[in-house]
Design a protein around this ligand. Structure first.
Ligand SMILES: [Zn+2]
Length: 463
């Protein structure tokens, strides 16, 4: 028998395939060629079928699909996170204007590029291979360049608003400006089979986008086969605003203007009612929950959130890290635990379901269900090797439970995107991490200095 030549062969690994039957191979083989998976199955069936450029002894590893992060701020927050106390008492408006936006504006072009690169490395090192950006604050060129340097897969776009809040603003001009931005970025960073990074219409959401901007984003996405992402209803403020302006709730309004659909993802959606849930289900709209942001931001998800009902209604749920810890593995357990507790029901969102959220569900929301999200023949080779030679992985009696409830991004040993190894032996293969961390530190300090904002520590800090 002639052996098929492949690029990479992993032999003897425990493989969580996430295929249709959800097979878990305890002594598995996976073969990768030209960026795609060409075989995955039990070792006894496949061991002698391949000749590989590189053969990896997989006995130490649990292999999963690369994780998909449905909502992450890669500019604005990463280089100054940790500045704001978690108990700062002020209105949402004041928080934005006084404490958040000045930090965004103090970023240079280089800072935004570095911020994106830094966040991508942090995501890759904890097993995320693909993400949807929340929205670049200002400088797309530098952001795309920063991302491309890391080897990650992602959907990016400038953060688009449009609503005229002040009396002196020209609404027609703001609409045109917002739509121009959407059109320009799609031309500059077009989708393509070989593009790991390309643009989507990304809206700030809440009350910041007019109907004209929403409709433009939706028609661009429909015409080009792209997705849209936007924030909605983390707090009661969004429904209150829509009820006052339009006499109906946010998702009722979006449904009415025809901008919901399978290529739309709404992030947070804590404060929605049963009718809004029906509209999400009917239109196939995706939702993204950021468990840590939700809990830390006191959205009231436990009291008012409808995620168990949304899942039961067949709504596609993915997870996002938002702007804090980029280790999505830690958020899977949090997602499960916060809902079990809120509903006093341990059956809600078991480990298997939250693992689907960061793999298959993410792939579906991205319109990539045939390409990523599981380890199957013909899919792109985006996968993670988790190192079981660590205390958190032992004893290993049930790989999915261990993955969700004991392990986290610390045990991510190596990561492949599109068949290329972008993390190996706990480090980026493309970026000097020591240099990256030093740059992030000095950029963060310089940004804070430019804002003129005071240090906010309740305890004395001695220099
Ligand atoms: Zn966000």
């Amino acid at each position: 028998m002639t052996r098929q030549t492949v690029d990479t062969l992993i032999v003897g690994a425990k493989i969580i395939t996430m295929d249709e039957k959800r097979r878990i191979l305890m002594d598995g083989v996976m073969a990768v060629k030209g960026g795609k998976i060409v075989a995955v199955g039990p070792r006894r069936d496949l061991e002698d079928a391949f000749e590989a450029t590189e053969t990896i002894d997989g006995r130490r590893f649990v292999v999963t699909p690369g994780f998909i992060n449905g909502h992450v701020h890669i500019t604005g927050d990463a280089l100054t996170r940790g500045y704001l106390p978690d108990d700062l008492e002020c209105s949402f408006e004041e928080k934005l204007n006084k404490w958040v936006i000045p930090r965004y504006h103090a970023h240079t072009r280089q800072d935004e590029g570095l911020s994106a690169q830094f966040t991508a490395v942090e995501m890759l090192r904890s097993g995320t291979t693909c993400f949807v950006e929340a929205g670049t604050i200002r400088y797309m060129d530098e952001v795309v360049e920063g991302l491309q340097s890391t080897g990650i897969r992602g959907r990016v776009g400038i953060w688009v608003e449009g609503t005229a809040y002040r009396r002196e603003d020209d609404q027609a001009h703001l609409n045109r400006q917002a739509i121009d931005k959407l059109e320009a970025e799609i031309i500059q960073f077009p989708a393509g089979d070989d593009q790991l990074i390309f643009a989507w219409p990304l809206l700030v959401g809440h009350s910041t986008n007019t109907d004209e901007v929403w409709r433009a984003a939706k028609s661009i996405a429909d015409a080009k086969g792209l997705g849209i992402s936007a924030h909605m209803s983390p707090y009661k403020a969004d429904p209150d605003w829509f009820l006052e302006k339009y006499g109906r709730r946010p998702i009722e309004h979006l449904a009415d203007i025809g901008v919901l659909g399978e290529n739309v993802s709404l992030t947070h959606v804590a404060h929605i009612d049963a009718h809004e849930q029906d509209l999400l289900a009917q239109t196939g709209t995706n939702v993204t929950l950021c468990p840590l942001a939700s809990l830390k931001g006191a959205f009231g998800m436990g009291a008012v959130g409808r995620f168990p009902e949304m899942a039961a209604a067949g709504i596609n749920i993915m997870l996002g890290t938002d702007g804090y810890d980029q280790d999505i593995m830690r958020l899977t357990g949090l997602m499960s635990a916060m809902h079990k507790d809120a509903r006093h029901d341990i059956k809600i969102f078991p480990a298997t379901e939250v693992l689907e959220m960061v793999t298959l569900n993410g792939a579906k929301a991205l319109g990539m269900a045939d390409e990523i999200g599981s380890l199957e023949v013909g899919k792109r080779a985006d996968f993670v090797c988790h190192d079981t030679d660590r205390p958190e992985w032992r004893p290993l009696l049930n790989v999915v439970n261990q993955l969700i409830w004991a392990a986290d991004g610390r045990s991510v040993h190596s990561v492949w995107v599109d068949g290329a190894r972008v993390v190996d032996n706990y480090h980026s293969t493309l970026i000097d991490e020591e240099e990256l961390c030093a740059k992030a530190q000095s950029a963060g300090e310089a940004i804070m200095k430019r804002t003129g904002l005071p240090p906010l520590s309740p305890w004395p800090v001695i220099e």
